[in-house]
Design a protein around this ligand. Structure first.
Ligand SMILES: [Cu+2]
Length: 204
């Protein structure tokens, strides 16, 4: 079987029944190879477009380390000594979540529908994961680093969160729930115990 000589000057070499004479070669590239090149370049364009749209318009971002903490003492100091939900304003909350073997603290986060929640997560021991179902909240939790993410909960319901980095025998027990409740009181301020205390603290 004769090989295709891509440096062939057309003066000879290919026999007519190769189907690879000079008229079927563009810039000396075999038609099949040319199609694979097109497919490859097309896929690169699709991947680039996918990442661009997700990053620029859908809020998918690499979660960088928001700040660094000392994992050996992080739980001894504010705000990590009292993880949980804090109200910043109507419809605007922040929550500090500690992921450790083998639980999340807090285990339940309750906010009224429409609330924007900024989440800070850290770990004092091992590497864990933090993923809230049906949202784009999904990060690794690395000891010594604080991951920060925001999400607006627009639908009433329960959104379980889980650890998705295997962290030992109790890994499967690492879960919790975001409860998004109807904002039915008329006033935008929900009656949450944490909110009252944080409001008082904020007023000081
Ligand atoms: Cu885990």
């Amino acid at each position: 079987m004769s090989d295709v000589d891509l440096t062939d000057d057309g003066a000879g070499g290919n026999t007519p029944d190769d189907g690879l004479n000079e008229s079927t070669l563009t810039m000396g590239v075999d038609p099949y190879e040319r199609n694979w090149m097109r497919l490859t370049i097309g896929l690169l364009v699709v991947f680039f477009a996918t990442i661009s749209v997700a990053g620029l318009f859908m809020g998918f971002q690499v979660t960088g380390a928001y700040t660094e903490v000392d994992p050996r003492i992080v739980l001894d100091s504010e705000p990590w000594s009292e993880p949980g939900l804090r109200k910043l304003a109507n419809g605007d909350y922040e929550v500090y979540v500690v992921a450790q073997t083998w639980s999340f603290s807090p285990r339940e986060i309750e906010v009224p529908v429409g609330s924007k929640v900024t989440i800070y997560v850290t770990s004092p021991d091992l590497q864990h994961g933090f993923k809230i179902t049906d949202t784009n909240i999904n990060t690794m939790v690395v000891p010594g680093q604080v991951s920060k993410m925001s999400y607006t909960f627009d639908t009433v319901g329960e959104f379980p969160y889980i650890c998705h980095e295997y962290c030992g025998s109790g890994h499967a027990a690492m879960y919790g729930t975001v409860k998004v409740v109807p904002n039915d009181s008329g006033s935008a301020a929900p009656d949450l115990d944490e909110d009252t205390s944080s409001d008082e603290e904020a007023a000081k």
